[in-house]
Design a protein around this ligand. Structure first.
Ligand SMILES: NC(=O)c1ccc[n+]([C@@H]2O[C@H](COP(=O)([O-])OP(=O)(O)OC[C@H]3O[C@@H](n4cnc5c(N)ncnc54)[C@H](OP(=O)(O)O)[C@@H]3O)[C@@H](O)[C@H]2O)c1
Length: 332
């Protein structure tokens, strides 16, 4: 079921609002006149986003919150209700990453990525459900990733957390239905590579700069998808055509797609500049209220990588058909 009221009369809580997709989504909702409650660790960045939301026509409240702290997330929900009277939509969007081989990344970072991305979404869901019920229904959106469906080397903690979010959402959706709470919709967004500061924020143990594998889409593509889901909820939505394509390949010929994506990601995930080991924003806030990451400006690199993508897409199409034909022949 969609929001019980129009976006102009609705209140939406949004985590990870101080940067990237969260900031773009806050602006998209503000343009519809929505009251947005903005959460992340960085108070000053949240205040800047809130100010801009008001300029765009929405009401906005900044509530500095670490999503790994259940009590803080419950306080976030309480502040939203105290300020705006109800919660109609909740978007779990906060996330961090650590890039490196599984057997080389610090386990403390692996743990923290799961705490922020998966437990943070679970805590948000727990805090949101009673309020969405009290409002007579509403929509909860988890911003996952196409990496909730497929896998990419050097991203083990992130992949595991995003697969977990998808499983959590599917289960809670079932539970809403079997307990007569079908007026609460649970949606998962599966974005492709998005041009945000995420790739500078991520912890990095590869010795090289981390880049978004192309094609890279602007954060507004995901923001629009989230707004669409609040109005017309569905189980899952891809954001960015490549995500849909990769998801399809993974379902049709998983073994082949796993190899092809591993090959592609190894060639496109890193830039030429050396980088020392860095814990990024995994343990500390590092947000600047910027929706974009400036990656689309790196034309020469993107052109070369897009050519690699073209090669990989053609090879993968042929490989997928061959793998499906083989499976039909051998039954494996
Ligand atoms: N960029 C992509 O290519 C891409 C692709 C698919 C999916 N996604 C997903 O999109 C979402 C947004 O990512 P993004 O690309 O916009 O990255 P981003 O620019 O790095 O934003 C991440 C946000 O999460 C917040 N955050 C991190 N740790 C937190 C914590 N413990 N408590 C509360 N907030 C926390 C950050 O703010 P503070 O530092 O102020 O806490 C920031 O606002 C994530 O779920 C990500 O997995 C991104």
């Amino acid at each position: 079921m969609p929001l019980t009221r129009s976006l102009a009369d609705a209140t939406v809580v949004l985590t990870g609002a101080s940067s990237g997709i969260g900031t773009a989504t806050a602006y998209a909702l503000a343009r519809h006149g929505t009251a947005v409650v903005l959460a992340a660790r960085s108070g000053p960045a949240l205040e800047r986003v809130a100010e801009r939301c008001r300029e765009l026509g929405g009401q906005a409240l900044a509530v500095p919150t670490d999503v790994t702290d259940l009590a803080a997330v419950e306080r976030l929900a309480a502040r939203a209700v105290a300020e705006f009277g109800r919660i109609d939509g909740w978007v779990n969007n906060a996330a961090v990453g650590t890039v490196g081989l599984f057997d080389e990344i610090p386990m403390a970072e692996f743990r923290r990525v799961l705490e922020v991305n998966l437990l943070g979404a679970a805590y948000g869901t727990r805090a949101a459900l009673p309020q969405l019920s009290a409002a007579g229904g509403g929509v909860l959106v988890n911003n996952a990733s196409v990496l909730a469906e497929v896998a990419m080397p050097y991203q083990s903690a992130y992949n595991a957390s995003k697969h977990g979010i998808r499983g959590l959402a599917d289960t809670v959706r079932q539970e809403m239905r079997v307990t007569g709470r079908g007026n609460i919709s649970i949606c998962t967004v599966l974005p492709a590579s998005i041009d945000t500061p995420f790739f500078r924020h991520t912890a990095n143990h590869t010795g090289r700069e981390v880049l978004p594998p192309p094609p890279v889409y602007p954060p507004e593509v995901v923001a629009e998808t989230i707004v669409r889901l609040l109005r017309r909820p569905k189980r899952e939505a891809y954001a960015g055509g490549t995500a849909r394509l990769i998801g399809l390949q993974w379902r049709l010929a998983p073994a082949f797609a796993e190899r092809a994506l591993g090959w592609y990601a190894r060639r496109t995930q890193f830039g030429p500049a050396p980088r020392p080991d860095d814990t990024g924003n995994v343990f500390h806030a590092d947000a600047l209220a910027l929706p974009g990451g400036g990656w689309q400006g790196r034309r020469r690199h993107l052109l070369r990588m897009t050519a690699t993508f073209g090669l990989a897409a053609a090879g993968t199409a042929v490989g997928t058909v061959a793998a499906m034909a083989r499976r039909a022949r051998t039954g494996r």
